[in-house]
Ligand binder design. Structure first.
Ligand code: RIB
Ligand code: CA
Length: 322
């Protein structure tokens, strides 16, 4: 059994979660809210898996599921910087978090636009104080960095789920969904000068869920365990059918696991560029793994994970939630 992660009162790491829930986003947000080492300063919704109105709704549903109606949730960009919005209801269902029978949120959405709040928060922060955790298209984060470059000073690191290279894409043969939806935003983030750690399909596909693990989540018997397992049952069916595997990947929680247990993952600091123009390969993350170019390394690109420790950690985090 994983030892206690930490006792409350340990120095907690301030983070902002930028998300497009999404069942896997939901598990990541629940895990982050449960982790005493993390202080979730706020959650910013972005259009991605489903349109913005639904991602902003779902983020609040997840906070209330976790018993955290106090968390500030903001709505951000409703479409990518230069591309039309592409959504993924065929994967996540029409609500984005199909599989869980949860009530409409009662907590309010913050009136401020997510980009404005994120900008203000970063400008007011200490140097390299806040970690950004994007779990969807990078539109919100890129807009902050484009409009107010000096906000980067407040960012410790951007730890995002996105990209794919050695194993190809999941949305086109060469592109992963988050980067495909907004390739221009991803390129801006990778060239912002801010430290970026990317958790791509090359690592998430090496840690597939098992029916036994989902049953352990259900067996928690809590409203969180019942809702989470229902979402995961629904969510993994698409990948199981597409890849012919016995379980599906659980993408976004890798971001939270990386923050809490960086030794679970391994990768390499190298150059990553995003194709933004080609109709054939738009959204491809081109990873210079062997340093074949003189392009400067700009990303800690993660490719390995201890799957058993990853799923044990996520289950441990979900356990105390209501
Ligand atoms: O490609 C997987 C990513 O796209 C995950 O973040 C999932 O939630 C979707 O946003
Ligand atoms: Ca997501």
């Amino acid at each position: 059994m994983t030892p206690p992660i930490s006792s409350p009162g340990d120095a907690s790491r301030p983070i902002i979660i930028d998300t497009d829930p999404g069942q896997d986003d939901a598990i990541a947000v629940l895990a982050a809210l449960a982790a005493p080492e993390l202080e979730v300063l706020g959650i910013t919704a972005v259009a991605g898996n489903v349109p913005l109105e639904l991602t902003a709704r779902n983020a609040r549903i997840i906070c209330e599921l976790a018993g955290r109606p106090d968390v500030a949730v903001f709505a951000g960009c409703e479409r990518p910087l230069r591309q039309p919005l592409v959504t993924a209801e065929h994967v996540h269902g029409k609500t984005g978090i199909d599989g869980a029978d949860l009530p409409e949120p009662t907590m309010s959405l913050q009136p401020q636009h997510a980009v404005e709040w994120m900008t203000e928060t970063l400008l007011a922060a200490g140097e390299r104080e806040i970690t950004l955790c994007p779990l969807g298209p990078l539109t919100n984060v890129a807009t902050v960095l484009e409009n107010t470059p000096e906000a980067a000073r407040g960012i410790r690191e951007i730890v995002c789920m996105g990209g794919g290279f050695f194993g190809g894409g999941n949305t086109t043969p060469t592109a992963e969904f988050n980067i495909f939806v907004d390739p221009d935003a991803a390129q801006i983030v990778l060239h912002s000068g801010v430290p970026v750690t990317m958790l791509p399909l090359d690592v998430t596909h090496k840690a597939l869920m098992t029916d036994d693990w989902i049953d352990q989540v259900r067996a928690l018997g809590t409203r969180t365990g019942i809702a989470a397992s229902g979402m995961l049952d629904f969510y993994e069916r698409f990948d199981v059918e597409k890849y012919g595997t016995t379980g599906g990947p659980l993408h976004d929680p890798h971001v939270i696991a990386y923050l809490l247990r960086p030794d679970i993952h391994r990768g390499r600091h190298c150059n990553v560029e995003v194709e933004t123009r080609s109709p054939l390969t738009r959204g491809m993350t081109v990873v210079d793994w062997w340093h074949l170019t003189d392009r400067p390394p700009n990303c800690h690109y993660i490719t390995e994970v201890d799957s058993s420790r990853f799923y044990t950690l996520i289950l441990t985090l979900l356990t105390p939630l209501p």
